[in-house]
Design a binder for this molecule. Sequence first.
Ligand code: CU
Ligand code: ZN
Length: 380
Amino acid sequence: MSTQGRPITCKAAVAWMPGKPLEIEEVQVDPPKDHEVRIKMMYSGVCHTDWAYLYETGQSMSPRHFPVVLGHEGAGVVESVGTEVTKFKPGDKVIPLFLPQCGECKRCLSTKTNQCRKNWANTQKGVLADGTSRISYNGQQVYQFLGVCSFSQYSVVPDTSLAKIRHDAPLDKVVLLGCGVSTGYGAAINTAKVEPGSTCAVFGLGAVGLSAVMGCKAAKATTIIAIDTNPAKFPKAVEMGATECINPSDHPKTKIQDVVKEKTGGGVDVALECVGDTAVMSQALESTIDAWGVCVIAGWTETEKLSVEVEQLLLGRTIKGTYFGGWKGVDALPLLVNKYMAEELKLDEFITHSLSLSEVNKAFQLFKSGDSIRSVVSLW
Ligand code: CU
Ligand code: ZN
């Protein structure tokens, strides 16, 4: 029996309140409305930001609405489309986007940014264009995290927040392009604009940091220094292209920025912060060469303040942020998938754990303990 036009009952991991583990519940997913697409979600990555909204909301993260279905790095197949949808049809393989690309607004038409704001205010609140969510539990509205909510077997997203990808793409791998790998890889390529022959330092070797290392290598940097306090991450960093790995704990008497400066004759051309810690952001900035160094913030934290000595900038350093690696998702994701299929971009190497939806809380523990790079949850 076709599900088109009817509500679907399915499983989702629901966050009922901040600080409490997710619960697997039966939810109802309504049909898509105008300019909306209902997706059968196949896989979801588990990202630090999901954890942070659950356990740090109202602290380092701005408050969000609960109950909510988290997950913002997903991949699936179109189940049905609402009216006015022209670019998608049932059966299409897709990656939902927490950052839209409407293709028409001033920001989409600019080459300077990927910051489209179509439906943004609503999806940030966990609802769609009409101000409501398509997901409910016993009649109670359940919010859709960033509009994506990939910890649900079905989701409904705006048609401007969805990238169509090729039919032969393995969803259990390309799912990582929905957030982590695209963010780090793009931070190096699009935001830092790493040049051939340059020296780079990457702070923090989670999925974003390792992807940033991969981006530096793809951009033909000749020195890529990978920095983490967990040396268990170093072999992966080397696999991704790091030319040297440093554990700050091995240099108890010297600031890490001084270690980097010493090794690179005054500082790196580019430093990428992939932790989301303001102290590390300062270290990253101060690791760059004073005359032209670029420090890119890819790590996520929202409400904390970064203080910078003005002198650090006066001689010519730049500090900037990156969001989703600077990619315009609708256009870029099919190309990144092509790169993966052509073996020019690694994804498999990031996946350390494949889990079922009921094990989603375990995925949070695994990265808090530093034992995983990326866990991928299978929704079915
Ligand atoms: Cu993420
Ligand atoms: Zn736009």
